[in-house]
Write a protein that binds this ligand. Structure first.
Ligand code: PEP
Ligand code: MN
Length: 364
């Protein structure tokens, strides 16, 4: 059974994933596409301050068949060339044991467990078992859904197999409403993990949270303000030509501008976990209020149609309305909402409509 107090064996002091004086930046294309694309991008990135790791997706988990699935094994050769030519450490996602074996054979420096793999404990276990005794850093992305224990469980599976050079990548979560993000950051959720495991290197994959270039800066800054150890940002020498995630990739020189604009090593003390939670809850309330307003507007359209029909047919809807109200009050009870309050709200909504549309028989 998983205990609530995690005990990971972390490579204390020797972690190759923790920040030293400034945050570590992992950058590179969403997908490896050609040797030329990899080299042109990496040559640009190696000049940037903070960029020490080059990432590229070799096998791409895609929602539907038919979209670009990654170049496969040949991409590992290009990653090797990037390492030789630029001196950057390399990283790629692995999603099964044969990909692990190939990546290790081609001396990829850091393995990444993608969000779609972290959700699958069978796959994580197989990958972790296959790494027993291997001396390779592993970065585990959060599972697609906000399930902290699943994320922690994946880390434990690696830790129990002797992988101590571990870190996590926060890439956002799939929630009911991710707007304006591609994947909702749910910072507060991640801070829970940080609280449990303060020594675990924590990276922010701003690209997969933002989903578009314009949101990258605030996401990166927020991560740094919260004391993250590093950032992951997708970069392509020509994003317009990218075969995957074109809308969120930056040219190396754009990434340079972004990094220069960030306040590095700046932790915002005011952003405590409670502060972040308050901000997230306030945003949620704002959003719910918007929805309420939207529902009221939609309700008034339907209500107007009913009003028109009533005038045409002389049908009396009073009984129907009384039944509706009675049902609403029963539901209010089961939701634990004060019945009188609900009654007043609905009577007011109806009255408001009646006043606006001057239907004599409506209203309180
Ligand atoms: C990626 O990093 O390109 C990727 C597919 O990410 P994720 O696993 O976060 O979806
Ligand atoms: Mn991507």
């Amino acid at each position: 059974m998983t205990t609530s107090t995690p005990s990971l064996h972390l490579a204390s002091g020797t972690s190759t994933l923790a920040k030293t004086t400034s945050p570590v930046v992992i950058a590179g294309p969403c997908s490896a596409e050609s040797e030329e694309q990899m080299l042109l991008t990496a040559q640009g990135l190696k000049e940037l301050q903070g960029v020490t790791v080059f990432r590229a997706g070799i096998w791409k988990p895609r929602t539907r068949p038919g979209s670009f699935q990654g170049v496969g094994s040949v991409g590992l050769e290009w990653l090797r060339t990037v390492k030789q030519e630029t001196g950057l450490r390399t990283a790629c996602e692995v999603a099964n044991t044969s990909q692990v074996a190939e990546a290790l054979k081609q001396e990829v420096d850091i393995l990444i467990i993608g969000a779609h793999t972290t959700v699958n404990s069978f796959m994580v276990q197989e990958i972790a078992d296959s790494l027993k005794g291997a001396n390779v850093p592993v970065l585990v992305k959060n599972p697609v859904s906000p399930e902290l224990m699943l994320w922690l469980g994946a880390l434990e599976r690696f830790s129990y197999n002797g992988i101590t050079d571990l870190g996590v990548i926060h890439r956002g979560f799939s929630t009911i409403d991710n707007a304006p993000y591609r994947n909702h950051p749910k910072w507060d959720h991640v801070l829970e993990l940080k609280k449990m495991l303060p020594d675990l290197p924590l990276y922010c994959d701003a690209s997969h949270i933002a989903g578009r270039r314009s949101l990258l800066r605030p996401v990166c800054q927020r991560a740094l303000d919260l004391g993250y150890d590093g950032l992951m940002v997708e970069s392509h020498y020509n994003p317009a030509m990218a075969l995957s995630d074109a809308q969120q990739q930056l040219m190396p020189k754009e990434l340079d501008m972004l990094l220069q604009s960030l306040k590095l090593n700046h932790t915002d003390e005011a952003l405590t976990q409670k502060g972040v939670l308050m901000e997230e809850l306030r945003k949620e309330i704002e959003h719910l209020d918007d929805e309420l307003l939207d529902l009221m507007a939609r309700r008034s359209v339907v209500s107007a149609q009913i009003g028109d029909l009533k005038q045409e047919t002389n049908l009396d809807t009073q009984q129907a309305w009384d039944d509706v109200l009675e049902n609403l009050l029963k539901q209010a009870n089961s939701f634990g909402i004060n019945k009188e309050f609900v009654k007043t709200v609905f009577q007011e909504v109806r009255k408001q409509y009646a006043q606006t549309h001057l239907y004599a028989d409506m209203g309180a």
